[in-house]
Design a protein around this ligand. Sequence first.
Ligand SMILES: [Zn+2]
Length: 480
Amino acid sequence: MRKILSCALLGALILPLAAVTGCKKASDERSKYEMQLEYFPEERRLAANMRVTVPNETENAFEELKFQLWANAYREGAKYAPVSELYAPAAYYDGKSYGGITVNNVDGCEKFSVTGEDENILSVTLGAPLYPDESVTLDVSFEVTLAKINHRLGEGKNAVNLAHYYPVLCYCPDGSFREYVYAASGDPFVSECADYDVTLTVPEDYTVISAGKPECVAQNGKKTYHVITENVRDSAFVLGKNFQNAKTTAGGVEVEYYYVSDSKPELALGVAADSLAYFDKSFGDYPLSTYTVVQTDFPYGGMEFAGLSMISLDLREAEIPTVVAHETAHQWWYALVGSNQFESSWQDEGLAEFSTALFFGAHEKYGGTYAQFIEASERSYRAFFSVYSQINGSQNTAMNRPLTSFTGDYEYRNIAYDKGVILFSRLKSVVGDGKFFEGLKRYAARYGGKIATESDLASCFSSANAEGLIRSFTEGLCVI
Ligand SMILES: [Zn+2]
């Protein structure tokens, strides 16, 4: 996600399809989500049948599986709201509105229930233990009601965003499922790469925008889109009635920009193509054959998904290059190389933001230089540190901490983004450009399709200084 803070804040049709494929890991080692979805606008309701096949790649036997229900953060009474009080008035454009997810049935198990600290987990008790190297298939029927909200999941003022709409297998790094609540600041999503085969039916006056190359069949006043994406970190769609589009290519990748209102669409499209090509050259191959940017209702700057970036309809022209480059960088630092976004948000956000600085350094026509970008982050961070130290007497500048521990968007932005940029700029200076870019290429190659830790990242730079430097930042020990 790319959050822009204003100055004031300082105060059922299966078609033969070519699959779009991500990276590595054999397909039988990945979960597979097959979904038939239909959206009913009058009711703001998504009806869904999902067949999920989960292989056990751990050394433990499972008697229970757990899935994140991020859609439940939108329900009335949720403990963890999906947007902060600061952004709520802009997000809830028509006053308070609620949504949520109802799991109607799970076949293929002994029982299921909605659990977790904030009704955020689907717990499924299996009929028999799932042993290592075995897999289990569950048929889940669920419904999502959309809040009227300009956000990742909701009926926005101009378009419908469908992200994190389905139960997603919980991150399970060491044989135990992690349960994450929603967080208003940051992206509280941790998910493994999986294969997706999704059909989505909508009224015929809607257009569906997604990653990959969806096929569309119109019938009986409805349109059904079918898209297959393999080895990707998520499934997301934007639905709308008034989209125009512009397209180009970048190094053989089809780049498309869908927009509702943009008098200069060539800008966002140009940045998307230029940044994709630049990051491809700098970090390693972009893993998909298509990349789509869509302008939609969103309270922050933009939001990344595998092969798909949302950018806000509210962006000013001057903000577009930064937001589009940042979201495009997430195609490497999120979609390809995953990290724990709930507990170490700097790892993808700091690196995506720093990658944006690198992009500006190589493309000064977009109105900035590398040095200006780094200086702006340093200025912002120092101002934040000064203000917060005076208020609190001291300031916790540790970077590895849960999203829910941040006091708000201002602290989150300065720790995860600005301090993240400073971290990577110092690392680049210390190890030198050669080892720095080699390190990032190694990081993408070694951890593509996986979820990397801080020490995984540090291990990619052939320098004895890298680990200590990164740790001095993440533990809040260094003075900036
Ligand atoms: Zn971001």
